[in-house]
Design a binder for this molecule. Structure first.
Ligand SMILES: Nc1ncnc2c1ncn2[C@@H]1O[C@H](COP(=O)(O)OP(=O)(O)OP(=O)(O)O)[C@@H](O)[C@H]1O
Ligand SMILES: [Mg+2]
Length: 254
């Protein structure tokens, strides 16, 4: 479904991604792991058109994504959540999810917001779809709340509800359980399993190894902008390069 080849990105001459290549297969949950600063978010930003790679190919369902704008890429059926939450605190929980539907229609997030009053009144079907997504993430009771008063855990779920509402072909999740307690993490893990059994294809960036190893079909490991390993959770867990990448960081921070 998604195919990356030789993807490179530099920031001010410093390489953040170098020769990155891997595949995300349809219907699978692929995890992208690696120490802090490995380039995971940069890669998600390159896939979604927030950043343009300096070189390399990114193909999605046969189409080249390089050079396309973010709204064009979301229109093709790629949705994401953000590591640093991007919700609109003054809008209601429901409107935040509605914005996810209109972005899918080819609008920017700002355009989507401007169209909300129109949608609220005219597009009953979209509203039902948004409510359905909130229901899936146990947020329907809070649909009319301003999103700004939600707990952190609820906001993380709201981002997922917004990303999943359009039934995207590919869902990119940047650290969906970061900062959550074990109960909230278990709830998200269950949600990811449900999404996968419903046939969703996902690329999951996550530091929670228990979650990654219990849920991923395939794991890709980035270290200092390079892909150092890939395989099943068991293969990756036993790979000496991966152990070294993680131990190296532990030593550096010790
Ligand atoms: N906009 C930017 N300008 C300059 N440097 C950047 C920018 N974004 C990221 N970087 C650098 O690129 C490298 C990769 O960062 P990135 O955020 O992609 O890592 P990450 O794997 O997502 O890390 P984390 O696990 O901490 O989220 C880091 O060295 C970071 O400082
Ligand atoms: Mg990151």
């Amino acid at each position: 479904m998604l195919h990356l080849e030789h993807v490179a990105k530099n920031f001010g001459g410093l390489p953040a991604l170098c020769e990155v290549g891997f595949e995300v297969k349809a219907g699978q949950l692929t995890a992208l792991i690696g120490p802090n600063g490995a380039g995971k978010t940069t890669l998600i930003n390159c896939i979604t058109g927030i950043l343009q790679p300096d070189s390399g190919n990114i193909r999605f369902r046969g189409q080249n994504l390089v050079g396309l704008a973010a709204h064009q890429i979301s229109h093709l059926g790629i949705a994401r959540t953000f590591q640093n939450l991007k919700i609109f605190p003054r809008l209601t929980v429901l409107d935040n999810v509605l914005a996810g539907l209109t972005v899918q229609g080819g609008n920017s997030l700002l355009m989507a917001m401007l169209r909300l009053p129109y949608l609220r009144h005219r597009e009953r079907r979209l509203k039902l779809q948004a409510l359905d997504s909130l229901d899936r993430f146990q947020l329907s009771a809070k649909a009319d709340w301003p999103a700004g008063i939600l707990s952190y855990g609820d906001r993380k779920r709201l981002e997922m509800a917004r990303a999943a509402v359009s039934e995207p072909h590919l869902l990119l999740l940047d650290e969906p359980v970061a900062g959550l307690n074990s109960e909230e993490t278990a709830a998200i893990a269950e949600q990811l399993r449900i999404l996968r059994s419903a046939g969703h294809t996902m690329l999951l960036v996550e530091h929670d190894m228990d979650l990654v190893m219990s849920i991923a079909d395939e794991v890709i490991v980035l270290d200092s902008g390079r892909c150092i390993a890939s395989g099943t959770p068991d293969e990756v867990r036993r790979n000496p390069l991966v152990l070294e990448a993680y131990l190296g960081t532990m030593e550096a921070t010790a």
